[in-house]
Design a protein around this ligand. Structure first.
Ligand code: GNR
Ligand code: NI
Length: 178
């Protein structure tokens, strides 16, 4: 296992993923201003953590880094990594319902309604502009990850009663593995 340098800390290439109801998941991420080596190392560590989980996306918020950084790969072959920095949705259209999961809410799956098609403006890891027109799973994943950057989780779309059931189920699962 190699080590990477992150801003003001040294941590393993595999980053620790925060789990609901950790209050740090409610933090609003700050825009990235400098596209430096530390940012590249963060992106690479997030991709490694996402692939290892395994997951199709990961937001910096989930690894307790509160910058507007997300990574994803919705390809079958897991060979299409994408990093979006400072993403903004500039257009949205239609509705779709998808059964979502989240690495921060392990073992829980629920239907969530989101926009069917979105247009996203972002920067890539070098600060170059990215323009992405997404539909289907890619659109779901980008919206799910962008929610993380504003402190929102997919379970927030469920009723308070269901969310409480999720919290208790995770608490019980953690007790049993402790
Ligand atoms: O791995 C993931 N799968 C997934 C499935 C349906 C909808 C959204 C996702 S994202 C999730 C990884 C994750 O938690 N990203 O924040
Ligand atoms: Ni998630």
């Amino acid at each position: 296992m190699t080590c990477v340098t992150l801003p003001d800390t040294h941590i393993d290439a595999m980053l620790t993923i925060l789990e609901f109801p950790d209050p740090r998941l409610r933090t609003r991420a700050q825009p990235v201003a400098v596209f430096d080596k530390a940012l590249h190392e963060l992106v690479d560590a997030m991709l490694a953590t996402m692939y290892a989980a395994p997951g199709i996306g990961l937001a910096a918020t989930q690894v307790n880094v509160h910058k507007q950084v997300l990574v994803l790969d919705v390809s079958e072959e897991k060979n299409a990594p994408l990093a979006l920095i400072n993403p903004r949705i500039v257009a949205r259209e239609g509705e779709q319902v998808y059964q979502e999961g989240c690495l921060s809410v392990p073992g829980i799956f629920a239907d969530v309604q989101r926009a069917d098609r979105i247009v996203v403006e972002a920067a890539d890891r070098n600060g170059q502009p990215l323009h992405i027109e997404a539909d289907g799973l890619l659109a779901v994943c980008i919206q799910h990850e962008m929610d993380h950057l504003v402190g929102k989780l997919f379970v927030d779309y469920l009723s308070p009663l269901k969310r409480e059931m999720v919290r208790k189920k995770l608490e019980k699962a953690r007790r049993e593995t402790a």
